[in-house]
Structures are given as C-alpha cells and as structure tokens.
Design a protein around this ligand. Structure first.
Ligand SMILES: [Zn+2]
Length: 228
C-alpha cells in the first residue's frame, strides 16, 4: 500500500507530473492529484519549477508565513509525519534545519514545535532536549514550595502517596466518605482552597479536621486564604 507521504515525496523530489508519479507508484492519478493539492504543491507545468540550489532556497520554497509568527510547512512529510527538507539526494527534518538557523547550533535529541500550530517550522517555536530541560527546570524553580503535590499527571489515580480518587470522593461529599491519610488531607486542603474557593471552616468540616489545621497547612503550602 502506497502512503500519502510516499506520493507527496515523489511529487516533491523532482518536477514530475501526476500521471508520471501515478504510473511509477502504481496508484490512481486522481489520488496523486488530491495529495498534491493537500500538500500545497503547485500544479505541474513542464520545465516551470526550477530545482533549488541551496538549503535556504529549498526551505523557503516549502514554507508559508502565517498569522501568529508561525511558519507553515507545505513540503513532504516523513512516514512519522515530520516535515522533511530535501536537497538533491540529501534530506533532514525541517525542524532540525530551522532550529539550527535560528539558534546557531545543532538541535539535540527530539526536536519539535511547542507553539501548538501543526508542524510549525518557525525556528523560535522549536524546542530540542536542551531547551526542554532548561524550561522544565525553570518551571520547577518557580513552583512555590509545598505545591509540588498539585497537578498530578492527567489520568493519574495515585500521586505521591495520595489516592486521588478517595480525595475526589471526599471533596464531592460522596457517601460513604473514605478515610483520608494526612498526605491526602493536605492535598485536599490545597485543591479545595484553590479550585473550590472554600473557607477554612467548610474545608475542615468536610475533611474532619480543625479549621486552624486547614489554615496552617495552607500556609505551609504557600497559599493564603484570600478571605477577610
Ligand atoms: Zn509556531
């Protein structure tokens, strides 16, 4: 089975007609026409397209600047869906190329856009392992002490000795109420303060602890009541 990416690659590599590519790959010309349109490749005209002489030209010919500072990729994709930049017989991912031009160094490890625009190849929107690790370390430094227990991974049911499902039941008042350990009660205090906007009295009542304990745990977690 010939994939869409293989058809796009064959169309992009040289100045070839849909019919020529269809015959070579053994697929229908209508399908080749659809892939050409979807990939944003210009219609075939004999001898019209000059082949690119430099990587810079090749990159420019396969990108369109769009609103928001993003750079849309219109060239071929790898089998994994990664923008693939070609010059003659050589190829590299457009992410690595754009990263190098922007940052002046080779990208290390997995490199991809973090801006949310699909397959964006704007150099400043790309993140390699070095930048990713720096960003995560910075986020960790900025996180107030004691709040690290918040924001468990999506879909988690246990996080740092906290049974999230039991906590959730208590917060909803679902009977019978599970008994929470201290780590779970502390977690519930922080989440109820932050997300449910409840006073210390109410939270203490729901968790079966004293209001002053709620206040103390809030302080220790770097939260203030925010109430008069
Ligand atoms: Zn972007």
């Amino acid at each position: 089975m010939i994939t869409r990416e293989e058809i796009a690659a064959a169309l992009d590599g040289t100045d070839r007609s849909n019919l020529d590519v269809a015959r070579t790959l053994g697929v229908g010309p209508a399908r080749v026409r659809r892939v050409r349109a979807a990939a944003g490749l210009p219609p075939y005209q004999r001898g019209r397209r000059r082949s690119c002489a430099t990587w810079e030209e090749a990159f420019a010919a396969r990108t369109v600047a769009v609103e928001g500072g993003h750079l849309q990729w219109t060239g071929p994709l790898s089998e994994h869906g990664t923008p693939l930049l070609r010059l003659g017989l050589e190829a590299e991912t457009a992410y690595r190329y754009a990263f190098r031009i922007h940052h002046g160094r080779e990208a290390e490890g997995k490199t991809n856009p973090t801006c949310g625009y699909p397959r964006c190849v704007a150099g400043g929107h790309l993140e390699d392992r070095v930048i990713r690790e720096e960003r995560r370390a910075e986020e960790e430094r900025r996180r107030p002490k004691g709040r690290g227990l918040l924001d468990p991974p999506a879909g988690a049911t246990w996080h740092r000795d906290v049974d999230l499902i039991a906590v959730e039941r208590v917060m909803r008042g679902a009977q019978p109420l599970p008994v929470l350990n201290e780590a779970e009660q502390r977690y519930a205090v922080v989440v109820m303060t932050r997300d449910a906007d409840l006073g210390a009295e109410e939270i203490g009542e729901r968790l079966g602890i004293a209001a002053r304990t709620v206040v103390r745990w809030r302080d220790e977690a770097g939260l203030s009541d925010g109430r008069p």
